[in-house]
Design a protein around this ligand. Sequence first.
Ligand SMILES: *[C@@H]1O[C@H](CO)[C@@H](O)[C@H](O)[C@H]1NC(C)=O
Ligand SMILES: *[C@@H]1O[C@H](CO)[C@@H](O)[C@H](O)[C@H]1NC(C)=O
Ligand SMILES: *[C@@H]1O[C@H](CO)[C@@H](O)[C@H](O)[C@H]1NC(C)=O
Length: 290
Amino acid sequence: MKILLIFILYLISGTVDCSHVTGFSGGSIIMISDIQWDPSHTKYICKMGQSDCNDIIRFRSQSHHVQYKRFLLYRNTGGSFLVMIRKLKPQDAGMYRFGVEDQSNYTVNLKVRNDASCGVPKIMNANLGQNITVTCNYPGEYGKNNKYVITLDDETQIKPIIDTQTISEKSRFSISDDRSAKVLSVNISDVRETDGVFYLFGVWNKGASVGYYSYFTEIQLHVTGTYMTTSAAQREIPSGAEYSNSSAIISVCVCVALLLIGGLALMIYKLRCKRTHDSTNFSTFIQEET
Ligand SMILES: *[C@@H]1O[C@H](CO)[C@@H](O)[C@H](O)[C@H]1NC(C)=O
Ligand SMILES: *[C@@H]1O[C@H](CO)[C@@H](O)[C@H](O)[C@H]1NC(C)=O
Ligand SMILES: *[C@@H]1O[C@H](CO)[C@@H](O)[C@H](O)[C@H]1NC(C)=O
């Protein structure tokens, strides 16, 4: 009876006072709050010690994005305050508070688990134009969860790439989730130079007050070689004829750029739509406002 009471008290205090957030060693988390990113107030994240909360980031500027080491605070396109912690270490476990000074804040209890092994090398190589498959073994209990893949470039710009929930459209990326083997695979066809970024694989968790994505692992893709489309390869450009072909190459580049911009716009539009339909999560939209 006493135990039951303690358990109930624990449950109550757990949901009222703070959210539990579980990450994986070597992985990353993105916490999504409903706090509005207010440019005129100080924003911060601190880690709670014995008596005070020790600042990791505290800043006040017009910027939508601030990074210190593995910690990143940013504003998403919905104007919300997001926190990313990358490459988690066991010693990152503990209580954190983040938010906007004099407005609102959240306290979360971060746990860092050790048992997610993606079972793949952290770095993959690909040649331009190649089709590749990136696979990731994920923890058993996530068999039924939707999986999400994002990319991060050197400027830590976050881009949602693909997930198992959204019906995949014609795109260079496709995803499949073998739930019995617990293997997630992402195919990238016709690899481009811009694909040479970090790929993060994870699941969404809806917490009591803060929802979060937990990414098991990240894989860096190195893209090498010179680009040759199959048609260009068949044409076989004779040496010395580069100049006459340069205008054709430029127009191809412009077309590709336009297609990419169009595709990106469509993707952003789709994600916006998805977000407005997704009423159960206050905001699962992780794209940064630019
Ligand atoms: C955090 O928010 C609570 C109420 O939501 C407030 O009482 C408290 O003063 C805030 N703490 C800080 C450090 O801003
Ligand atoms: C990924 O590519 C492999 C090999 O080319 C293929 O067997 C598999 O069906 C593809 N998966 C998806 C989701 O497109
Ligand atoms: C790469 O994949 C695309 C579409 O998924 C396919 O049309 C193309 O033939 C593949 N190329 C190679 C070299 O396998």
